[in-house]
Design a binder for this molecule. Structure first.
Ligand SMILES: Cc1cc2nc3c(=O)[nH]c(=O)nc-3n(C[C@H](O)[C@H](O)[C@H](O)COP(=O)(O)OP(=O)(O)OC[C@H]3O[C@@H](n4cnc5c(N)ncnc54)[C@H](O)[C@@H]3O)c2cc1C
Length: 399
């Protein structure tokens, strides 16, 4: 039975960033991840053919100059020179089978009439639908803007709290406004996982958590057991809730109240010469079977183009590939490679801040138990890293 200072369950960016902070403080840190690779929704799919290799983001794809905690980690890891710009290709709208600009989906008169409300209205206690219908106009919201919002967390966002959709944070002036990394986001995940002081166990799903002799004991599906005085969960809320049933029922119950959505994603890789679709950053198609198609055209490759379709749950493969080939305008044989990914994202509702305050107060009374993830201050990468930073400060007695 391995003895650790801290065991972290979940190897997405939340768990990785917390592991980074713990290892920096000299703590013996073990990170347990169910998948074969770390990254979670921050992982990129890798494809190789002969000597050509290609990566495609199956979850997150863009970082911003306001991601200060993430940038701090990147700089400490010595990989700031791997930051690369994203090509300026358009976010587009698919309507009546045609790829168009976003502006083409907006009624300019309605926008001009409602736009000034932005200076008058506060987002507090307003849902996305209530707030943005007043800023862009009810028709613009319903016909176009809501579909862009739905594309962000791949689910209906009408009832999300307006102040948690797009948060404004202080920006770094010395960093590109938006960027990714050479080798995709996976390269950052791999770099953190390889840090000295972090022992990473991939392909190992945590099955249960119990207490023994005042310590946490984590058992995994592959029969391993880890004991630590400190436990951190960096998992989707429902899984964290299940694992905490035996050690803290109050926290487990409060976690179970949170709603979430599964994102069913299919990635396809196509040789450049086999597709004529103009380069796009993404396609949003109102009321379609997919919430968004995010392309790799933002980082052009010599040989391939890649497209990740984020579908509504419950479709079979035939339906998904029918739609993929229609949207890309190619036959199935032209698809050189496919991959799939299931991500979990929170479904935030008004009152979420109060929910988060309550969980923090419950954690305050729990013994060396920490929670990080994308369901606290927001679901952006920086929200995850900020939460991990705060939880590490609490661990270190700074909060
Ligand atoms: C399609 C999509 C696009 C996005 N685009 C962006 C973007 O461009 N920019 C941005 O800032 N944010 C974006 N986001 C949001 C952001 O990527 C996520 O909120 C964030 O990566 C979540 O990280 P996490 O570590 O909290 O959770 P996850 O990434 O879900 O990590 C949780 C990990 O726990 C593991 N796990 C689950 N059960 C177990 C178990 N029993 N034992 C061990 N491990 C387990 C999972 O395999 C997973 O690796 C996007 C999200 C999605 C889904």
């Amino acid at each position: 039975m391995a003895q650790q200072d801290v065991v972290i369950i979940g190897g997405g960016i939340s768990g990785l960033s917390l592991a980074f902070y713990c290892s920096q403080a000299g703590m013996k840190t073990t990170l347990i991840e169910k998948s074969k690779t770390v990254g979670g929704s921050f992982a990129s799919h890798q494809y190789s053919s002969n000597n050509d290799s290609f990566w495609l983001e199956m979850g997150a794809h863009t970082c911003y100059s306001s991601y200060q905690n993430l940038l701090g980690i990147v700089e400490t890891c010595g990989i700031a020179d791997t930051i690369i710009p994203r090509e300026k290709v358009p976010f587009t709208l698919l309507k009546n089978g045609e790829v168009k600009s976003i502006m083409s989906g907006l009624n300019i008169m309605e926008l001009l009439v409602n736009g000034p409300n932005i200076f008058r209205l506060k987002k507090d206690n307003m849902s996305v639908k209530e707030y943005y219908s007043k800023i862009v106009g009810a028709n613009n919201y319903r016909n176009t803007v809501s579909h862009f919002f739905n594309a962000v967390p791949s689910q209906m966002t009408d009832d999300f709290p307006a102040d948690m959709m797009f948060k404004s944070r202080p920006k770094r002036k010395d960093v590109l406004k938006n960027y990714t990394f050479k080798g995709g986001l996976q390269s950052v995940a791999n770099t953190i996982a390889a840090r000295k002081g972090i022992e990473v166990r991939t392909g190992s799903a945590a099955e249960s958590v119990t207490m023994s002799g005042g310590k946490y004991v984590v058992k995994t599906e592959d029969g391993q057991e880890y004991t630590a005085s400190t436990l951190a969960l960096a998992l989707p809320s429902a899984i964290a809730s299940r694992l905490l049933q035996n050690v803290n029922q109050a926290v487990a119950h409060h976690l179970s109240l949170l709603k979430f959505a599964d994102v069913d994603s299919v990635g396809v890789v196509v040789r450049k010469e086999n597709i004529s679709l103009k380069p796009v950053a993404a396609i949003i198609s109102p009321n379609d079977t997919f919430f968004s198609m995010v392309s790799r055209d933002t980082v052009p490759d010599n040989n391939f183009r890649g497209f990740a379709f984020h579908f509504r749950p419950g479709l079979d493969d035939n339906a998904k590939f029918k739609r993929i080939t229609e949207v890309l305008g190619i036959g199935l044989p032209k698809i050189e490679h496919t991959t799939t990914k299931m991500n979990v994202v929170p479904s935030l509702r008004l009152g979420h801040r109060e929910w988060a305050q309550k969980i923090d107060s419950l954690l305050g009374g729990a013994k060396n138990l920490y929670l990080t993830g994308n369901y606290f201050g927001g679901m952006a990468i920086e929200d995850c890293v900020s939460r991990s930073h705060d939880e590490f400060d609490r661990m270190a007695g700074k909060r």
